[in-house]
Design a protein around this ligand. Structure first.
Ligand code: HEC
Length: 89
């Protein structure tokens, strides 16, 4: 019984991780239109994976290209995943 509970806990954790990183492209498009579209094209990152793009967005929070122009740091983890999903389309 204990083992069964463990298996369920692990399965739940895996599901949660998958949904947290998958991202919602439609929600991402709204964020893109509001915050990124002045300077970026939707296909700036075409052909790249959402996972890679997420990492770049996080890295770009401190980029000199963004400092004082757009505050990417306000994007939540979920926002980043959504924008990445939109870019990866
Ligand atoms: C004021 C203009 C501007 C806005 C607004 C802007 N960016 Fe950028 N961004 C740039 C410039 C300029 C670069 C560097 C040039 C390049 O790599 O194309 C850059 C680079 C990046 C990079 C790094 C690309 C690489 O090659 O590593 C990412 C990721 C990125 N931006 C994401 C975003 C996201 C997400 C948003 C919206 C939340 C955003 N940017 C909004 C101007 C902007």
């Amino acid at each position: 019984m204990k083992r069964m509970m463990m298996a369920m806990a692990v399965a739940t954790a895996l599901c949660w991780t998958a949904s947290a990183t998958a991202g919602d492209p439609a929600a991402g498009e709204a964020i893109y239109n509001e915050n990124c579209s002045d300077c970026h094209e939707p296909d700036d990152f075409s052909g790249e994976s959402a996972a890679d793009i997420s990492v770049w967005i996080v890295e770009a929070k401190d980029s000199k290209h963004h400092k004082g122009k757009v505050d990417i740091a306000v994007l939540s983890e979920e926002d980043v995943a959504n924008v990445a999903a939109f870019y990866a389309q």
